[in-house]
Design a protein around this ligand. Structure first.
Ligand code: FCB
Length: 445
């Protein structure tokens, strides 16, 4: 099983950027050398993480980063997307923590020496706990703390970074963290999600202002996740429900960033659920971005529901990943094409795409043929979007290696490299080999 794209596909051009992605809390460990974050607290709260694990050690990337960069280099990728741990680089008094900053500077320098482009995410969910103690993303002040942190850390990094993303998936931070409560900090209540989302988006806009000043030569943008919404039936009720879900999950985040306004849904929200939007906020949020990062894993099938307005359905007999997410590559093409129709977009980078599978290591090998098939189908879906006019410039596989999968702990494996958590031994899976072969053939073509 291989990755194979049409002869004239843009993805086969050496100008298309291929990379692998990770995030600080999911791989680093090294907890003693940083402040606590909301995920430390969440992990220590009984019943929140399926396997009761923590991020204290994770993949021990904090200590093994040099070997891990060799691994990345061995995959022959053009770029590496990782995130900076805010609680590692900032102290509680608002000063930089030189030890943390130097850690990332060494990593950046090593990447540059290897000719691998650093794509740096500034917030991948590890909010310092001391800020959560003051209300976290429900507190407007947190957006300004974020701006300050971004100002400090980007000055320290100088011109080393190829691309910055302000936030990763504000939908997950806001909705899962402050409404559903399945992610840190675990706050539950319909009245909180959209408020947290507004402060996150404000933080994004404030950070863009700083990036424009401190790092004018990097490509600066935001990473959003999308689940394209399909009505379960042609009935009016289901079609309306799908549009409602689409506004909550997807347009709520992209529309203010691109168009400077929230979807019409804003006016339908009960007062208690409506965020407080100050005069200049939407202008700040709509600061021009150099690129849009798109994360795609699956679609949503939606039906009408009397109480909530909509409900999600898992389709019968559909192929699923180990997360229980439907494998639906066509949704990827549909999503990219429809976003491109609806918005005036900057270039797109696919900043995450991948699948969890029940990987097993047998005689030192992981034959994850299902993941190879997933990769192949989804890369072809990206190619189809490009042929339909969408400007897509890069693709990052989620993930470089198996890691801490949030509320699922270490039970779900997304890596193209297998991690044995007892020994920290890394084994490139068949998908990693297929990815490397595809990328390498492109480079030598
Ligand atoms: C995304 C997250 C990423 C990873 C994948 C599976 O929502 O950005 O950290 O957990 O899902």
């Amino acid at each position: 099983m291989n990755i194979s794209l049409p002869q004239h596909s843009t993805l086969r051009s050496p100008d298309f950027t291929f990379g692998v992605a990770t995030a600080s809390f999911q791989i680093e460990g090294g907890r003693q050398e940083r402040l606590d974050c909301i995920w430390d607290t969440f992990c220590e709260t009984p019943g929140k993480i399926v396997d009761s694990s923590t991020g204290d050690v994770a993949c021990d990337h904090y200590n093994r980063w040099q070997d891990d960069l060799e691994l990345i280099e061995g995959l022959n990728v053009d770029a590496y997307r990782f995130s900076v741990s805010w609680p590692r680089v900032m102290r509680e008094d608002g000063q930089l923590n030189p030890e943390g900053v130097n850690y990332y500077i060494a990593l950046l320098d090593r990447l540059l020496a290897k000719n691998i482009k650093p794509f740096v995410t500034l917030y991948h969910w590890d909010l310092p706990q001391h800020l959560e103690d003051k209300g976290g993303w429900l507190n407007r002040e947190t957006a300004f703390h974020f701006q300050h942190y971004v100002d400090q850390v980007t000055q320290a990094f100088g011109s080393r970074v190829h691309s910055y993303a302000t936030l990763n998936e504000p939908f997950c931070s806001a909705y899962l963290g402050y409404e559903l409560g399945s992610h840190a900090p675990g706050i539950i209540g319909k009245e909180f999600g959209k408020k947290a989302a507004h402060h996150l988006l404000l933080a994004h806009g404030l950070a863009m202002q700083v990036l424009e000043r401190n790092s004018p030569d990097s490509k600066n943008g935001i990473v959003l996740n999308f689940s394209p919404c399909y009505a379960m039936s042609d009935s009016n009720a289901d079609v309306k429900a799908a549009a409602l879900a689409d506004a909550h999950f997807n347009h709520w985040y992209i529309k203010p960033v691109i168009d400077g306004r929230y979807p019409a849904l804003l006016d339908q929200l009960p007062d208690a659920e409506r965020p407080e939007i100050l005069d200049n906020d939407l202008a700040i949020i709509a600061h021009p971005i150099d690129y849009l990062g798109v994360n795609y894993y699956t679609r949503a099938i939606v039906r009408a529901d009397d109480q909530e307005g909509f409900a999600l359905e898992v389709p019968e007999n559909a192929p699923l990943t180990d997360m229980g997410w439907e494998i639906y590559p066509k949704g990827f093409t549909d999503l990219l094409v429809s976003l491109n129709q609806e918005y005036t977009l900057p270039p797109i980078y696919i900043t995450e795409n991948g699948s969890a599978m029940k990987d097993e290591i047998v005689n030192g090998e992981v034959n994850d043929s299902q993941r190879v098939a997933y990769l192949n189908q989804h890369l072809n879906a990206v190619d189809m979007a490009i042929t339909q006019g969408v400007d897509i410039q890069g693709y990052f596989a989620w993930s470089l290696m198996d890691n801490f999968e949030w509320a699922e702990g270490y039970l779900k494996r997304f890596g193209i490299v297998y991690v044995d958590y007892q020994t920290q031994h890394r084994t490139i899976k068949a998908s990693g080999h297929a990815y490397r072969e595809f990328i390498s053939a492109r480079k030598t073509a």
